[in-house]
Design a protein around this ligand. Structure first.
Ligand code: AMP
Ligand code: MG
Length: 402
């Protein structure tokens, strides 16, 4: 077991314990938020044929040089309609957006720039070749436009549909168990007795798992007893690809996750040099990867974002840029001094906004690791290197949370 590892080293160590990645076919309509398991090539050219970007007239540009020239109307080209008649010299074909451009025409006159008179049309504006969307100008047949490991959002799903894929191969959503530990915890919606608080971590962490393309399974609250915890871990290990516990990993006498993992599990490392979120633990319980997240709500979120999310991405073989991600790395200018942490990467909550010449960062609430409101009042985390304070005016690395 290693103790007090850097975040980079901790991430490396987790890679030695991947879950078994499996893939499945799903209907495109059910693929939102999933991770694509294969490269996806287009089955069609996009556009499939030269078509008009405007409602108007398909004509020969040489016929439209003089304002007011009159062309005779040959017919209509409509999207999904019959093949339009050829446009000869002195002719124009009425055309709708998306409709095929008739043979002979090389430009479009917008309907706003024309006047129809009987079966002729007066051309009052320019004939524009750029209003013709050329066949395959966006995609060619066989072009791999979506890469393996891409997180499927609205635009990616639209593109897959455009390319002709009604079913796609995606990564099976890893089942991730969440076990919250602590005698003080009761579910929200329950009356609180003396000394009790609402359990919140399992809800936030479940949402983070789902955003990463995983399937969160909340196992509820386990009291601070070794037997109860062992039973919950056994249950989770038999049903899930990974286990996340919350609480019970620090130095206290009741920090039973750590005690039990020391006695009966296998610990790869304990403690990471980050603030907040110092005490996480990683290892396996009966072969199932286990992350022991700290109980403090901000810490559990920050450890998920910085340690668990990269592991999930790695195991799902997510694309480095287009895979599921909770943050974007950016450079921000500090508007105030922010204290770093001795020996630790410091991730203070900041609000990132557009400034005059780039992004600026401000702070708004108490930064305590117990204050989950600070994750809502802010939208980013500093990446202050160990032993480094940030001064007003400094430009630093930060994570912009999505
Ligand atoms: P622990 O790591 O168990 O010592 O917990 C650290 C702090 O986080 C304590 O104040 C706990 O009450 C709080 N805490 C632990 N687990 C949760 C949870 N699931 N939801 C909200 N707060 C928690
Ligand atoms: Mg506890």
């Amino acid at each position: 077991m290693e103790t007090s590892v850097t975040l980079e080293h901790g991430i490396q160590l987790t890679h030695a314990y991947p879950f078994n990645r499996r893939t499945e076919k799903v209907n495109l309509g059910e693929s939102s938020g999933r991770v694509l398991a294969t490269d996806l090539a287009s089955k069609v050219d996009d556009p499939r044929f030269d078509n008009s970007a405007m409602d108007g007239w398909a004509a020969r540009s040489s016929d439209c040089v003089t304002q007011g020239s009159t062309l005779s109307i040959t017919g209509t080209s409509k999207a999904g309609g019959e093949a339009p008649p050829v446009v000869g010299p002195g002719e124009a074909c009425r055309i709708m957006t998306g409709a095929p451009v008739p043979e002979g025409a090389d430009a479009i006159v917008m309907v706003e720039d024309s006047e129809e008179v009987g079966n002729t049309v007066r051309i009052l504006g320019p004939a524009r070749p750029e209003y013709i969307r050329k066949r395959a100008e966006n995609l060619r047949v066989g072009q791999e436009a979506l890469e393996k490991g891409t997180h499927l959002g609205p635009a990616e799903i639209s593109l897959a549909a455009t390319m002709g894929h009604g079913e796609i191969e995606v990564v099976v959503r890893p089942k991730v168990a969440i076990i919250s530990t602590g005698d003080e915890l009761v579910p929200p919606g329950t009356e609180l007795s003396a000394g009790e608080i609402h359990e919140s971590n399992s809800f936030g962490v479940a949402a983070l798992i789902e955003r990463m393309g995983g399937q969160a399974i909340r196992y509820g609250i386990v009291h601070d007893t070794i037997d109860g915890l062992r039973a919950a871990l056994d249950n989770a290990a038999s049903e899930c690809d990974a286990i996340l516990t919350s609480g019970g990993v620090s130095m206290g006498e009741w920090d039973l996750v750590r005690h039990l993992m020391e006695e009966e599990g296998e610990i790869s490392f304990w403690r990471v040099k980050i603030r907040p979120g110092g005490p996480p633990l990683f290892g396996t319980w009966k072969g199932t990867p286990l992350f022991g997240l700290p109980g403090n709500p901000v810490s559990s979120h920050v450890v998920f974002i910085s340690l668990v999310a990269p592991w999930l991405s790695h195991c799902m073989e997510a694309h480095p840029e287009n895979g599921p991600s909770l943050t974007d790395r950016v450079r921000v200018k500090l508007t105030e001094g922010i204290k770093g942490a001795p020996g630790k990467l410091c991730m203070r909550r900041i609000r990132i906004e557009a400034g005059e010449d780039g992004l600026v960062a401000t702070t708004h609430t108490h930064q305590g690791s117990g204050n989950i409101h600070s994750m809502v009042a802010h939208n980013g985390l500093t990446l202050l290197p160990p032993d480094t304070d940030g001064k007003a005016g400094d430009i630093i690395d930060a994570l912009w949370c999505r």
